[in-house]
Design a protein around this ligand. Structure first.
Ligand code: NAD
Length: 498
């Protein structure tokens, strides 16, 4: 197989940017150009202030983009999509694949508009052979649709080989996941040219990934494996969250239960923390995508089984807010509620599908005064997210975005932790003792409980979830934010809900 010398990646988002930065850093002899239609995003990738926050990303980008350590720069960001397609011998399609909002399958099916338009552009522009790689998460059969586009619209003398190479990185640990991936999945046709294309891409990864972790399978397996992995991760979260509801009614502690269950080697301790529900751009959309695939193949029981994963997640978010309301004498009207954390998980500024949007939205509907602090999310982003469901004047009246957690918590009736930033758990956020004096969480519906933990704020997302260690469940109780558990509960006492 001929070696890849020039890579183009269409889509400079959470996947395209970090993935190509690592590929470029590990392959100094390959030119890598990441293109996007969004000029602001490309400008940010070219600047010192990158458009996304991801631990370790800045160093990798600067190494390859700016040519540090005597290297020649080989990572480029551009809006010249056509130029990058023309020059490339391998093209990643790494565009967004959101859930369809209108038409057949609305609310479940994957919207392939952006994938299709990228493919059409490749077909129309290419004058030399291309390997086209699906990096975006797509339903089964997409590779065949791409092949149809290329054979219909492509020039006769140009060969296109389509591969599936789904991305398994998790936001917040993207660079670590890319540097030491559990596996690289390559789906290809089992033809000579298909296998040659897969080998050419495997060579790119072989620069740093051990060969036994690079797996070649057929395209359908590859497309479906990505969806299956996300569905099973989301299912694990919904499983533990559903058990958290039972724990609360039975006087059991979900952290202790998860720890005990996770010691079984067949189950394992990772990704077992109860939470206010999963967020992020992928879990919900990928589960719904699988539900839709099952429905459209008349596999009703399969569709129902996976739909329940999303149903439990919605239930958990609502249950969490209801519990806050119940514990504050059934009214949030005019009460100050401090919200610590807004991103959908720690170590990212991404707010897509964050549980915070739902929980805060419900608190706004109750006319609470919500004071929000998150170390990485900008005020403009928070207001934009909330404006999908609430009028601007309501948001201005009910929502204050704070620059530090102390201001947010000052004289609050409740402190609600919605993102598991280490800063809130172990890295030294100490709230004034006055706040703690009155702290106690007592569930009026369950007088047996002195304190309960509705759910820890961990909102694990896609990927291996390796940050979730069993022993940390227990530690959550010792965090400076946790109630000392005094049984007395004066009216309007401040409360910490995790
Ligand atoms: P994103 O929205 O951050 O980035 C997608 C980018 O593609 C946007 O900047 C958009 O402007 C650009 N784009 C769309 N159409 C284009 C076109 N025709 N030409 C040029 N640019 C175009 O999305 P993301 O989070 O990077 O996700 C991309 C894909 O990867 C999705 O299918 C997602 O499911 C999958 N994925 C995401 C993650 C994650 O953690 N975010 C992890 C694994 C897989």
């Amino acid at each position: 197989a001929s070696r890849v010398r020039n890579i183009c990646c269409i889509g400079a988002g959470y996947v395209g940017g970090p993935t190509c930065a690592v590929i470029a850093a590990k392959n100094p002899e390959i030119q890598v150009t990441v293109v996007d239609l969004n000029q602001t995003r490309i400008d940010a990738w070219r600047s010192p202030s990158l458009p996304i926050y991801e631990p370790g990303l800045q160093d990798v980008v600067e190494l390859a983009r700016d040519g540090l350590d005597g290297r020649t720069p080989n990572l480029h960001f551009s809006t010249d999509v056509e130029g990058a397609i023309l020059a490339a011998d391998l093209i990643f399609i790494s565009v967004n694949t959101p859930t369809k909002t209108v038409g057949v399958g609305a609310g479940r099916a994957s919207d392939l508009t952006y994938v299709e338009s990228a493919a059409r552009q490749i077909a129309e522009v290419a004058t030399s052979n291309k390997i086209v790689v699906e990096k975006s998460t797509v339903p089964c059969g997409t590779a065949q649709s791409l092949r149809d586009i290329f054979s219909t619209l492509g020039q006769d003398n140009v060969q296109f080989e389509v591969l599936s190479n789904p991305e398994f990185l998790a936001e917040g640990t993207a660079i670590r996941d890319l540097m030491t991936p559990d596996r690289i999945l390559l789906g290809s046709l089992r033809t000579k040219t298909g296998l040659e294309a897969a080998n050419a891409l495997a060579d790119v990864y072989a620069a740093w990934v051990p060969p036994e972790r690079i797996i070649n399978v057929n395209i359908g397996s590859s497309e479906l494996a990505k969806l299956a992995a996300n569905c099973m991760l989301a299912q694990r979260i919904s499983s533990i969250n559903s058990l958290s509801a039972l724990c609360e009614s039975e006087g059991a502690d979900i952290s202790e239960l998860a720890y005990a269950v996770g010691l079984d080697e067949r189950i394992g301790p990772k990704f077992l923390k109860a939470s206010v529900g999963f967020g992020g751009s992928c879990f919900k959309k990928d589960v719904l995508n699988l539900v839709y695939m099952a429905e459209s193949r008349h596999l009703t029981e399969v569709a129902n089984y996976w739909r329940a994963v999303v149903d439990i997640n919605e239930y958990q978010k609502e249950r969490f807010t209801k519990r806050i309301i119940r514990q504050l004498n059934n009214t949030l009207n005019q009460k100050k509620i401090a919200v610590l954390g807004y991103a959908y998980k720690k170590d990212t500024g991404d707010t897509r599908e964050s549980a915070a949007i739902t929980v805060i939205g419900q608190m706004i509907s109750e006319n609470a005064r919500v004071h929000i602090y998150d170390p990485k999310v900008k005020e403009s982003q928070i207001k934009q997210d909330l404006s999908a469901e609430h009028r601007p004047e309501t948001i201005d009246r009910c929502v204050t975005v704070c620059n530090d957690p102390y201001t947010a918590c000052d004289k609050a009736a409740a402190v609600v932790i919605l993102t598991e930033w280490d800063y809130f758990k172990t890295d030294g956020l100490i709230l004034p003792p006055a706040l703690f004096e009155k702290l106690s969480i007592k569930d009026p519906e369950n007088p047996r409980l002195k304190r309960t933990s509705t759910s820890s704020s961990d909102t694990p997302s896609e990927g291996t979830g390796s940050s979730t260690e069993g022993s940390q469940h227990i530690k959550v109780h010792d965090s400076p934010l946790t109630s000392p558990g005094s049984p007395a509960e004066p009216a309007n006492a401040s409360k910490v809900m995790q």
